[in-house]
Design a protein around this ligand. Structure first.
Ligand SMILES: [Zn+2]
Length: 85
């Protein structure tokens, strides 16, 4: 399996979660349309949850596999190795 940069994945996941909230604004435009409102809510839930899954699955140290949470700096707080490699 190819190793991914946890920093890149963290950024991607945050982007997906952020973009995932945008369809909720679409609801305001289609207040009277129940089908469209439901569609936007589902779209939003799917995008936000896939962002969260991406975050929990890939934002891990490539050396020890520890979950990094919100990455601070370029070293793993658990094993001290560089996480960018
Ligand atoms: Zn580590």
């Amino acid at each position: 399996m190819k190793k991914r940069s946890p920093i890149k994945m963290s950024f991607l996941a945050a982007l997906l979660i952020f973009v995932g909230f945008l369809p909720l604004f679409g609801i305001l435009l289609f207040m009277d349309n129940k089908a469209m409102t439901t569609f936007f809510i589902i779209l939003s839930i799917v995008m936000v949850s896939s962002g969260l899954i991406l975050h929990f699955v890939y934002v891990r140290c490539p050396h020890c596999g520890s979950y990094l949470g919100r990455i601070m700096g370029s070293k793993c707080p658990f094993c001290g190795k560089n996480i960018e490699k």
